[in-house]
Design a protein around this ligand. Sequence first.
Ligand code: BDR
Ligand code: CA
Length: 312
Amino acid sequence: MTIPILIDTDPGVDDAMALLLALASPELDVLGVTTVFGNSDDIRLMTANALAILALAGRDDIPVAAGSAHPLTRPYAGRAHLVHGDNCLGGVQLPVAPRQAEPTFAAQFIVDACRARPGEVTLVAVGPLTNLALALRIEPALPKLVRGVAIMGGSARASGNITPAAEFNIFADAEAARLVFGAGWEIIMAGLDVTCSPRIAEEYLDRLAAAGNRAGRFLADAFVHYLAFYRSRGFTGACMHDVHAVMALVRPELYTAERVCIDVETAGELTRGQTVADFRGLWNRPAQTRLLTGVDETIFLDEFATRIARLP
Ligand code: BDR
Ligand code: CA
């Protein structure tokens, strides 16, 4: 049985990897892609990237809907061009997609798709959680209409990557993240506790490119700038963050996890955007989150490369 999913993304080099993994996975049926600000606040760029990645994979049949260009209440905190490059795809120019996005706003698109298949759809969110929060505003019963939510975001025991306390996607719209974590649905959280391993470098990029397909070559090329950023920060390899939100759906047994209640700090002077995990059950609230804590790195890397090689 395939899992119908919607992917909400701010593409992004690792977003591109996650998207292509989803398209290459027979366990998943990608019903649509929605875009959100995050790695850039140019929502047209984010949407053009999503369309171009789908075109690269020969999937112009999958609808794309553009979403929010800014957080719910606060100003946009800053572009991630240093990490992802000026066009957010490591400077690699993909051919412009032969089509436009849907006329529907992302949040409405999410609600419509979930209403059409009650209880079936999993939302995969690999950018700031603004579109999901807006979808909850449109349809407060959304948590009952979806099967679950898989998020790349947050950090329960690890430190942050945009502030010492906060991970980028959650920090980018902490108010939206708080609404999403509090909505009462089943959450898989692929946060920095798990997404910082494995780290990959040239050897693995060569392996992706060696498959000879355009998806593998594109990822290997796009990753060069992203890897250089990590190197500039003293790391030998770079993280595949968003990929974990997808891999956790197709190969859940590769991950260790624990159940915990997670909430988001929105007010802290130093801790805004922190995902606070109640490991001791002190809040007496339902442990709504399957927090991923570790991954079998060897199988993860094999699985990713093997699947990407199947694409055009
Ligand atoms: C997250 O930040 C973005 O730059 C990446 O695409 C990923 O979603 C990692 O903190
Ligand atoms: Ca992302």
